[in-house]
Design a protein. Structure first.
Length: 345
């Protein structure tokens, strides 16, 4: 068998070749597909720099990001617009990060690792930093995790041997990425996923939990059932329980952390409608048509729920979409492929 000797695809985004007064604007617009960022005036105007050096390992992306002090937010609106449903593990090589989670402030120091669930909101701020971000599609991890819904903004304790192995593995992957072939990357991916799973399925004491797949598989089946039936206005917890083959009491227990089954169904409908409203391919469809396609019987009910959820009307979302998705600065010499890689992962 002939080895695929092509190198792993690499994309390097940098603002260094852009006029100093345009650098932060270009960075802010580029990274906006994933995070909204802000920086103090002094940081924006004083030789601002930002670089993303990304490699695509098949279904996994590993990127080194370097930049200055700034504020980061992944909002409900951003999540609804980009539709990304990935996990991201960040390792801080230099600098640190502070973040808000569950009503308290926390920090990740240099050499620290933290997990982001990109389907959930986050607020953080970093000093001048260099970090490594490993981005993994949810379907590669969630079926293997004992508590997939408990990973968001989770810091991995550096004292644990398995976490130390993961830290070293991520660092080594990045350092060797320029030397690896596509076929070698394909061979490495399962080992990378397995190492991540062992780390995330460990308790704070480092004890590996072994009853992994039953709960995760059941909740994934229920979620899949819901997403396949969103256009059905009669979709109910009873319908989901029957189609997923589980009891109603078990279903209610599984969705307790989501605010209940009905709330989860409404959330999925509203997020789907948001993505449809802002898509260029749906400009010919009316608000009511889109609402009906996601199971809303009355447009007025849809509009009230949409505004309560996103703090704007469906029409306002459509009007703002062109601004949100347009590129503020035309920079043909800047490599922005990493944006599409993450979006299409």
């Amino acid at each position: 068998m002939v080895e695929i000797s092509e190198p792993i695809p690499q994309a390097v985004f940098s603002v260094d070749g852009v006029a100093p007064d345009e650098r932060f604007s270009l960075w802010k617009e580029s990274i906006s597909f994933m995070f909204q960022v802000e920086a103090d005036h002094a940081v924006r105007s004083d030789a601002f720099t930002a670089e993303v050096d990304a490699h695509m390992f098949g279904q996994i992306i590993l990127a080194r990001t370097k930049s200055r002090k700034q504020y980061w937010e992944r909002s409900e609106l951003t999540i609804a617009k980009d539709g990304m449903d990935h996990f991201m593990i960040q390792l801080f090589e230099t600098g640190d990060m502070f973040y808000e989670h569950e009503g308290a402030q926390h920090s990740v120091a240099q050499d620290g690792l933290i997990i982001f669930d990109l389907a959930r909101t986050s607020k953080s701020w970093t000093n001048t930093f260099s970090n490594l971000s490993l981005i993994i599609p949810r379907e590669l991890l969630e079926p293997k995790l004992v508590y997939p819904d408990g990973q968001h903004m989770r810091r991995l304790p550096a004292a644990q041997p398995m976490v130390q192995l993961l830290y070293s593995h991520i660092k080594s992957l990045k350092e060797l990425s320029g030397q690896l072939s596509l076929s070698q990357a394909a061979d490495i991916n399962p080992a990378t996923i397995s190492l991540i799973v062992v780390c995330l399925n460990s308790t704070s004491e480092g004890v590996v939990l072994v009853d992994a797949n039953s709960h995760a598989a059941q909740i994934m089946l229920a979620k899949r059932t819901i997403n396949e039936q969103l256009s059905n206005p009669d979709l109910s917890p009873e319908t989901v329980a029957i189609k997923a083959g589980i009891s109603r009491s078990k279903l209610y227990e599984m969705f307790r952390n989501y605010g209940g089954v009905k709330r989860f169904i409404l959330e999925q409908r509203l997020k789907g409608a948001m993505m449809a409203l802002i898509s260029n391919s749906n400009t010919h469809r009316s608000n009511s048509e889109i609402a009906f396609s996601f199971g809303f019987v009355y447009e007025s009910t849809f509009s009230r729920a949409f505004k309560k959820r996103f703090f704007m009307t469906p029409t306002e979302a459509r009007n703002s979409a062109g601004i949100a998705w347009s590129r503020a600065i035309s920079s043909p010499d800047v490599d922005r492929r990493y944006e599409d890689w993450v979006k299409c992962l």
